[in-house]
Design a protein. Structure first.
Length: 201
């Protein structure tokens, strides 16, 4: 992919929104999905703050790909959703997605997005940000029509939404950085890439 960056940046993800953010920012990169047991890592960190878990997951993804590509600067990222003190992962089925949306209805969702950089298998930087999204009251009819349109695309999305698509209809207010809502704290990431010499300063 062409862009302002030199070669050697690897995104440890196949997330369409994260790829689009980097492409729009003019960052050249390749992508390789990380093989990480996210649920096992979350279980090990049971009781930790969501931001800590998101950072640990981002770091684990970056480190896993970096171990396979030691000469590259690897960017890992992860997002977690918390509603009423409960942490939510990606939905496992359409019925599970509908149950998530019914629980989210009328509540405030806190979305934690983290990113990490690794080189030679070692983490060199990690950070996170959060946004709060107020979910409007969702009728069962809306939830079904929404999933008719968006399933299975949103099966890959924590929070069961793509904010750049029909998912914006879930919300009545959003408080936070747009990039964080899209799934990665882009401005700190760009600053870190410059600090590592991967982008011109």
């Amino acid at each position: 992919m062409t862009g302002l960056a030199g070669s050697g940046i690897v995104l440890a993800s196949n997330s369409g929104s994260r790829k689009a953010m980097l492409e729009a920012a003019g960052v050249a990169f390749t992508a390789q999905a990380a093989e990480v047991d996210e649920r096992a890592l979350e279980a090990e960190m049971d009781g930790a703050e969501p931001a800590e878990i998101a950072q640990a997951l981002a770091a684990a993804k970056a480190a896993a790909v970096s171990a396979e590509q030691p000469g590259a600067l690897v960017l890992g990222s992860d997002s977690l959703v918390e509603v009423d003190g409960r942490r939510f992962d990606k939905p496992t089925s359409r019925d599970n997605a509908a149950a998530h949306l019914r629980f989210f209805s009328g509540k405030v969702m806190t979305l934690h997005s983290a990113a990490a950089l690794a080189r030679g298998g070692q983490i060199v930087w990690v950070d996170s940000d959060f946004a709060r999204l107020r979910v409007r009251e969702l009728s069962d009819a809306f939830i079904e029509s929404y999933l008719d349109a968006e399933w299975p695309a949103v099966s890959y999305c924590v929070g069961v939404f793509r904010i750049e698509g029909p998912g914006v209809q879930l919300f009545e207010a959003i408080m936070g950085d747009q990039f964080t809502v899209l799934g990665m704290p882009l401005l700190p990431v760009l600053d870190a890439l410059r600090g590592e010499g991967a982008l011109p300063s």
